[in-house]
Structures are given as structure tokens and as C-alpha cells.
Design a protein around this ligand. Structure first.
Ligand SMILES: *[C@@H]1O[C@H](CO)[C@@H](O)[C@H](O)[C@H]1NC(C)=O
Ligand SMILES: *[C@@H]1O[C@H](CO)[C@@H](O)[C@H](O)[C@H]1NC(C)=O
Ligand SMILES: *[C@@H]1O[C@H](CO)[C@@H](O)[C@H](O)[C@H]1NC(C)=O
Ligand SMILES: *[C@@H]1O[C@H](CO)[C@@H](O)[C@H](O)[C@H]1NC(C)=O
Ligand SMILES: *[C@@H]1O[C@H](CO)[C@@H](O)[C@H](O)[C@H]1NC(C)=O
Ligand SMILES: *[C@@H]1O[C@H](CO)[C@@H](O)[C@H](O)[C@H]1NC(C)=O
Ligand SMILES: *[C@@H]1O[C@H](CO)[C@@H](O)[C@H](O)[C@H]1NC(C)=O
Ligand SMILES: *[C@@H]1O[C@H](CO)[C@@H](O)[C@H](O)[C@H]1NC(C)=O
Length: 544
């Protein structure tokens, strides 16, 4: 059956929604599972109910609320060795739209992502998530120590196999094959999306990959390195309290360079920034902690941090943060020592052990990381031609003020994919689009002095209990609906309208809306009308 016929199925079935043919009971679900899948629980959740996350699930302990009526399932896949086992969770809604959605994970966390499953199931999809093979918080890497099977589960295996089991259970539960399979994730979840499209191109018809941590073997070293640079000497250290001092000066210089002074840097790569204005006067320098300026030594550190990280042989280790991300640099630089995700990666994933001292960092660590590529987590194959040929569509987004994963890495990834595919005659724009989001931090968030319209109902942006874009639940504003329209109707998104709220938790008062354009186009103000209204902006090629 082709995908257009499959899309008609729910319509032919009458109401547009499909109801379960099986009961939401232990016995009914258990009978579907292969011998190596061990059921943990089957729970029927009523309309507007709450799912209580199992206590051991430390990765995502938040209970999803305001759920539609659904069947919640938890299971463990028993591997050949204990360390190869992993868990997964499923939400099967009572009123199903005949689609599936797999949601990704974040950081180094282990745990089924129940709260984002709650966001996804409100669209009517059957939703899957894996625990990636361990239980831990986002920043904890100790589980990976001398445990290659756990690393592979986190790298790719647990997610790929979860998709297989999820499809199997879904089809049996509703007595009909799902029409379309989708994926959505941010950060590690973005990496998982690219990895799937690259390694298992038939798992999904459509993938949304936000702020992808795709280059793990390099990114984790960079995340460590920025803190190493800052904290290796107290004389050159920039106190975190000065990140906003830098950020506000960057905004002052760069804001107008994109054509409109509006607190948003729309084109950080096009900003010509002079850091010398940050240098303290002779009088201010006597108080290096409080002054609204940088000492000459601090300015030197800033100059290192704002550039690409290059090895002494001049090869790129990792691209730099973009101008305008400084407010969020404390995601990687805080607390007097290098970032714990980067440090933990070196100690536990690279196996140097808990006694490895961060001050002893040298380039051999980079070489070791490249050689091991723990769990084959890197999504650096770049050749997505099979995914394209199978009809897959990929939406990639990244906040340009991301302080956790430098946005330069997404531009670099886009270029590598383009370079791998264009010579093969693959029209990249026909299946893969990249949306850099001005002013957005890591997966969500905007500095209060920026108030960027970033909200597109990406799964990690959406508050617990909510879904989509209130008042605008459509393919022009909601990234999942945009992907579905592309996959199912062939409507490719040239832009997704981002929304800013007075409060991004309550999503009630809208302050701004503006198109977020597919790279390389950028949103340009048309020159008249309210700049907080989307119709007064257009996507244009840079330089126009
Ligand atoms: C849903 O449940 C919440 C409590 O979790 C309650 O405040 C709300 O009124 C309920 N909504 C509906 C529509 O029943
Ligand atoms: C993680 O916690 C869940 C929930 O308590 C449990 O079912 C699962 O076995 C744990 N996983 C591991 C690898 O310990
Ligand atoms: C579970 O069994 C299936 C075959 O039924 C196999 O493909 C899969 O690799 C097994 N999973 C694990 C973790 O051993
Ligand atoms: C299994 O995991 C434990 C705990 O992380 C680890 O110490 C052990 O080395 C692992 N065993 C193998 C064979 O990988
Ligand atoms: C910097 O100062 C802090 C606090 O006084 C101290 O704990 C730390 O060891 C110093 N770091 C270096 C590299 O000297
Ligand atoms: C350059 O140096 C880095 C760090 O030592 C190393 O990982 C990388 O493989 C080197 N690249 C080349 C082309 O020699
Ligand atoms: C596809 O287009 C039809 C007709 O305009 C519309 O009703 C439907 O909602 C669209 N499907 C998606 C997934 O956008
Ligand atoms: C947004 O609303 C939530 C819930 O009412 C509240 O807890 C939070 O403080 C508000 N945030 C801001 C920035 O006002």
C-alpha cells in the first residue's frame, strides 16, 4: 500500500479514529510479547488522568498529567547478558489516529520519558519511549563505566529495538497496521533522531531532531573543554556573573545588524562583533569581580571560548557557540570545575576512571574519544540517501542561543549532509530542512532581555499536561503537525511560525509571533506593520 492510500485508511474506517480491539490488561498484552520481553505493568489511565512514574525511573520522574484515556505499558527486554537488557514504555490511546510517535531521551539520562510521551499522546498517536538501558539522571555517567553493552543501548540499540516492539504491540492492540511512524526528540533525542535516519532508515516516515547532540565523541570533549579553559586559572577565569554582561554587549552590537533593533539577533553568524568594548577601564579593573567589564586576562579567555575548538594540528574538534548564546553559557561553565556531563563522559565512557583529574586534560583524550566512539553514539554518517529514497522527511531545529550544544555544530552537520548527498543527485531540500531558531536556548528557553518567539510545540518545549500551540494547533505553528503535513500531504514547510508568551509555562498571553525560516533563508522584517506579527516578516536569502 502506498502512503496516500494508507492515509485514507482512518477515513475509510469512518470516524477518523481507531479503537482498541484488545483489552488493556496484563493477560491480553502479555500474550502479544515475544519470549525475551518481560512485562512490568499494564495500567488503564482514564480521561484526564495522571500516570504515576515508577519510582526507579530517575531519568524522567515527572508524572504526566491531563492524559487522554489510554493504556500504559512498561516492559523489559531481556538481553543475552544482564547489561544488554533495557526497558521501554508505551502509551496506547483509546482513540487512536493510526499513527505512532517515538519520543527521545536527553543528556546521559536513563529512564522512559513518560512526561514527553504524555505530550505526544494528546495528538492521538500511539507513543513509545525507551529507558536506553539504564536508570540515571541527565548528568550521571557512572552507569557507563566498564559497561560496553549499556553504552551500546544508550548509543542506538535500545531505541531501535523499542520501535520494533512498539510497532508490534500497537498493530496487535488495534488490529490494524499503523499508517505512519514519527519520531521527535531534542538534545540526546536529536542525536537519536539523526542516528535512526542514518542507521535504520525504515523505522520512521518522519523525524524531528532538535538541538542534536549528534557528534558525541567530539561534543562531550568540547563541553568539558570550555570549563577547563575557564577554570584552569583564577586569574583568567570569567565569573559566570559576567556572562550576561557579555551577552548584553553582544546584543547591543549585533541586534541592529540584522536590519531591526528588536532584542533578537536574527543572524548571529553575520554579526561583526568587536569584543574590545568589553575591556575594563583602568579604574574599573581594581574590582575585577563586580565590574561590568572584563579584565585583559578575562578578555583573552573570552576570545578562546568564542572561537571553534581546534586541535594543535588545526583540525576542528567542535564548532563554537554563536553570538547571543552567552546568557546560557552557564549550562557548560559553572561551579568552579568543568561540566559534569563532559567530565563524566571522559571518566566513565572513555574509561579513564573516577580518579582522573580534570587538570590533566590533553589532546590524547580527544584521540581516545575518536577511537572509542563509545556505544557508536555518533550520528556522523551524513549519508541519509536511504532515508530519502524511502520517502522519509526530516525536520532539524536548533536554538541559536543554545549554551549547552553549540549551534555551530548544527550548521556543520547540515553542510556535511549536503556535501554527502548533493553529489549523489539527492535534492536535499526535498526531504531535509534545518530551522535555526533566533534567540532560543537549549531545546527551549529565551533570556528575559530577549523574549524570542521560539515556541513551536517541540516536545521538550511543551509544558506537562499541554500540547500543540494554543489557538494555533496547525501545521504552520506546530512542528509535529508541520512534519505530518509534509510526510502525508507533501506540504513542505518553508517556515514555522514561532510564538513567544508572557509566560512559557502557562502559554496564555502571546507577546510575539514570527516565522522561523528554513536555512539558508532568514526572517526579514518587511519594513512596515507591527514587527510582533508574523505577516510582517518574510523568509529571504541572506544578503537581500
Ligand atoms: C482534569 O484534572 C484536573 C486535576 O488533575 C482538574 O483540575 C481538571 O478540572 C480536570 N479537567 C477536566 C476537563 O475534567
Ligand atoms: C529502572 O527502573 C525501572 C523502574 O523502577 C525498573 O523497572 C528497571 O528494571 C530499572 N532498570 C535498570 C536497568 O535497573
Ligand atoms: C529479543 O528477541 C528478538 C527475536 O525475537 C531478537 O531480535 C532481539 O535481538 C532480542 N533482544 C535482545 C535484547 O536480546
Ligand atoms: C556490567 O555492568 C556492571 C555495572 O555497570 C559493570 O561493572 C560490568 O563490568 C559490566 N559487565 C560487562 C561484562 O560488561
Ligand atoms: C581558584 O579559587 C578557588 C576559591 O578560592 C580555589 O578553590 C581554587 O583552587 C582556585 N583555582 C586555581 C586553579 O587556583
Ligand atoms: C588532529 O589532532 C587531534 C587531537 O590530537 C586528533 O584527534 C586528530 O585525529 C588529528 N587529525 C589529523 C588529521 O591528524
Ligand atoms: C492533508 O490535507 C488534507 C486536505 O487539506 C487535510 O484535511 C489533512 O488534515 C492534511 N493532513 C495532514 C497530516 O496535515
Ligand atoms: C509562569 O507561570 C507559572 C505557573 O503559574 C509560575 O509558577 C511562574 O513563576 C511563571 N513564570 C514567570 C516568569 O512569571
Amino acid at each position: 500500500m502506498n502512503r496516500y492510500l494508507r492515509a485514507l485508511l482512518p477515513l475509510l474506517l469512518g470516524s477518523g479514529t481507531v479503537h482498541a480491539t484488545l483489552e488493556c490488561t496484563w493477560d491480553a498484552i502479555n500474550a502479544l510479547l515475544p519470549p525475551n520481553v518481560s512485562l512490568s505493568f499494564v495500567t488503564a489511565i482514564p480521561e484526564n488522568g495522571t500516570f504515576t512514574v515508577p519510582r526507579g525511573d530517575t531519568g524522567w520522574p515527572t508524572d504526566p498529567i491531563n492524559l487522554p484515556s489510554l493504556c500504559a505499558i512498561g516492559a523489559t527486554v531481556v538481553g543475552e547478558t544482564a547489561n544488554a537488557s533495557f526497558g521501554f514504555g508505551l502509551f496506547l490511546p483509546s482513540q487512536w489516529n493510526s499513527r505512532t510517535l517515538t519520543v527521545g531521551n536527553g543528556g546521559l539520562a536513563g529512564g522512559v520519558n513518560w512526561v514527553d510521551m504524555g505530550t505526544g499522546v494528546k495528538y492521538g498517536h500511539a507513543v513509545f519511549s525507551t529507558d536506553t538501558g539504564h536508570n540515571s539522571t541527565t548528568t550521571d555517567a557512572t552507569w557507563a563505566y566498564q559497561n560496553p553493552e549499556a553504552q551500546v543501548n544508550w548509543g542506538w540499540r535500545a531505541l531501535h529495538e523499542t520501535v520494533g516492539y512498539g510497532k508490534l504491540v500497537t498493530e496487535a492492540f488495534y488490529g490494524t497496521r499503523p499508517s505512519f511512524h514519527y519520531y521527535q526528540g531534542c538534545s540526546t533525542g536529536g542525536r537519536q533522531g539523526f542516528k535512526e535516519a542514518e542507521a535504520f532508515p525504515s523505522d520512521f516516515d518522519g523525524v524531528i531532531a532538535g538541538a542534536p547532540a549528534w557528534w558525541t565523541s567530539h561534543q562531550q570533549i568540547w563541553q568539558f573543554w570550555v570549563g577547563y579553559v575557564n577554570y584552569i586559572s583564577n586569574i583568567t577565569m570569567i565569573p559566570t556573573s559576567k556572562f550576561d554582561v557579555i551577552g548584553k554587549e553582544v546584543l547591543r552590537q549585533c541586534d541592529g545588524q540584522d536590519g531591526l533593533v528588536d532584542t533578537i539577533i536574527s543572524d548571529p553568524l553575520g554579526c561583526n562583533f568587536n569584543p574590545e568594548t568589553l575591556l575594563c577601564s583602568a579604574a574599573a579593573v581594581t574590582d575585577p569581580t563586580n565590574a561590568e567589564c572584563l579584565t585583559a586576562a578575562q578578555l583573552q579567555t573570552f576570545d578562546t571560548l568564542r572561537r571553534d575548538f581546534q586541535a594543535t594540528n588545526s583540525t576542528l574538534v567542535f564548532p563554537a557557540w554563536l553570538r547571543g548564546s552567552e546568557h546560557f553559557w552557564n549550562l557548560n561553565i559553572d561551579g568552579g570545575a568543568p561540566n559534569i556531563i563532559g567530565l563524566g563522559y571522559i571518566q566513565y565512557m572513555l574509561g579513564l576512571g573516577p580518579d582522573w583529574a580534570w587538570q590533566s586534560f590533553n589532546e590524547e583524550v580527544i584521540q581516545l574519544s575518536e577511537r572509542l566512539n563509545p556505544g557508536q553514539a555518533d550520528a556522523s554518517g551524513y549519508d541519509l540517501s536511504e532515508f530519502y529514497e524511502g520517502g522519509g522527511k526530516l525536520i532539524h531545529y536548533h536554538g541559536m542561543s543554545d549554551g549547552g550544544i553549540a549551534t555551530g555544530a548544527s550548521f556543520y552537520l547540515y553542510d556535511q549532509i549536503d556535501r554527502a548527498l548533493t553529489p549523489q543527485g539527492v535534492p536535499v531540500d526535498d526531504f531535509y530542512r534545518f530551522f535555526p531558531i533566533p534567540g532560543m536556548g537549549h531545546c527551549l528557553d529565551t533570556a528575559d532581555y530577549v523574549n524570542a518567539p521560539y515556541y513551536i510545540a517541540g516536545i521538550s518545549m511543551t509544558p506537562n499536561g499541554r500540547s500543540s500551540v494554543p489557538q494555533f494547533p496547525d501545521a504552520k505553528h506546530d512542528v509535529l503537525l508541520a512534519l505530518m503535513a509534509w510526510v502525508e500531504n507533501g506540504t513542505a514547510p518553508d517556515a514555522i511560525i514561532g510564538t513567544a508568551y508572557a509566560n512559557f509555562t502557562t502559554l496564555d498571553t502571546i507577546t510575539r509571533q514570527r516565522p522561523i525560516c528554513a536555512h539558508p533563508k532568514q526572517a526579514k522584517y518587511r519594513g512596515r506593520g507591527d514587527p510582533d506579527r508574523p505577516e510582517n516578516w518574510a523568509c529571504q536569502s541572506p544578503g537581500f
